[in-house]
Ligand binder design. Structure first.
Ligand SMILES: Cc1ncc(COP(=O)(O)O)c(C=O)c1O
Length: 396
């Protein structure tokens, strides 16, 4: 949500709905999603590229079934990272041939399931994983399509916890792995085949420089593997497109992203796969909670909510910033703002949703909206302190 939009009654509007109305009808805390906004992003992506580009929504960002069912009607695929996500995707009408399977630690059970379902592609992250897939495919007498995940050793300018394509990260393989990978592929040539190369350099990318650098490093390798006879068809550039959590953060435009891809691929016969998550769902979700108490100490004013790191982990996990806004703007108090630490109920001092936030004077029972929480929000929620999960509402 880029701009806060209040109606004449001073109520915060989200996707055409008053959040106050929703909070009166539904017990807080709840997440609320703007499906039309998400479909709009998918549509923009679908129309942006000259290069044949397959969108595989990274469902780790938000795997709400109502959203996934709507996404599956858009003729896009998904990127999954667990057997749970593959099963959820199938339940939500994605076909096996729409599904990619990424992740560094795939278990035997997960791989057997994916191989038997004949999904589109397994993204391989290590030589040992390749051997495991080779053995399982041999046993199951199924020839499995694979992509190798390269680690191009680039350092995107993002939070270290969401950087994945740097040499110190656990993800992918640097180029020195190639001889070993090739010899394993040879050994299992009746059971697996390499039809792609995949990257994912990090999340919340606010510029495209590192992605460009990684393409410059890896496309020649793709071409040389092809020249050696590997039947490579797909180049998967991963996800990572950032969104604007703060007003001064300006993410790359979808058109600029598409131009970058087109510059590198439109004159080739390579089919591109992209795995966006956050850019599709992030701005189109809000977490609504209610202040239980205002507590004022000599040093701080705390607004203590009925939701916190148990429902939205990002601030505690990465120090992530989310805008916070009252869902009812009170004319009597609008001129007396205060600095608040907006905190949750969990027994951890890191359970802070927003630190030192300048907000209009708050009172207990006021509702607050925590914005841009459509990605990596509900999916990271936990039952720590045996708390109950928040509800999820989808506005269609
Ligand atoms: C392999 C892979 N693909 C895609 C994504 C989606 O990233 P984002 O939500 O930043 O687009 C991730 C996120 O971590 C990932 O690990």
């Amino acid at each position: 949500m880029n701009k806060l939009n209040y109606n004449s009654r001073g109520e915060l509007i989200f996707a055409g709905h008053s959040l106050l109305d929703l909070a009166k009808k539904n017990k807080t805390p709840f997440y609320v999603y703007d499906l039309k906004g998400m479909l709009g992003q998918i549509n923009q992506l679908k129309n942006a590229f000259m290069t044949p580009t397959h969108i595989h929504y990274a469902m780790k960002a938000n795997s709400n079934p109502t959203l996934l069912k709507a996404f599956s009607k858009q003729k896009i695929g998904v990127d999954t990272v667990s057997i749970g996500e593959i099963k959820r995707a199938l339940e939500c009408n994605f076909k096996p041939t729409d599904i990619l399977f990424s992740g560094v630690g795939k278990t035997e059970d997960e791989l057997i399931f994916a191989i038997k379902k004949k999904i589109k592609q397994i993204n391989v992250e290590s030589p040992e994983e390749l051997i495991r897939i080779g053995n399982l495919s041999k046993k199951l007498k199924i020839k499995t399509p694979l992509a190798i995940r390269l680690n191009p050793d680039v350092n995107p300018n993002t939070h270290p916890y969401i950087t994945t394509g740097f040499r110190e990260n656990k993800f992918g393989m640097d180029f020195s792995f190639l001889p070993e990978i090739k010899s394993i592929l040879k050994k299992y040539s009746n059971s697996v085949f390499l039809h792609g190369v995949t990257l994912h350099i990090g999340s919340q990318l606010l510029d495209l420089e590192a992605l460009e650098e990684s393409l410059v490093k890896t496309i020649p390798l793709f071409n040389s593997l092809r020249a050696e006879g590997y039947p490579l068809k797909f180049f998967d550039v991963g996800g990572g497109l950032g969104i604007s959590y703060k007003d001064y953060e300006i993410p790359p435009r979808i058109t600029d992203y598409a131009n970058l891809i087109d510059r590198h691929f439109s004159k080739t016969d390579i089919q591109v796969q992209i795995e966006p998550g956050r850019a599709i769902v992030g701005p189109f979700g809000v977490l609504v909670g209610q202040i239980q108490y205002i507590k004022t100490t000599e040093y701080k004013k705390f607004a203590i909510m009925n939701t916190g790191m148990n429902h939205l982990l990002r601030p505690a996990l990465y120090g992530a910033y989310h805008k916070i806004a009252p869902i009812k703007f009170n004319k009597n108090t609008q001129n007396s703002s205060n600095l608040y630490d907006v905190v949750g109920p969990i027994c951890e001092s890191s359970d802070v949703i927003g630190k030192d936030r300048l907000l209009p004077k708050l009172r207990s029972n006021d509702y607050l909206a925590i914005l841009d929480t459509g990605a990596y929000g509900f999916v990271m929620s936990s039952h720590y302190n045996l708390s109950l999960p928040p509800k999820e509402l989808v506005l269609k």
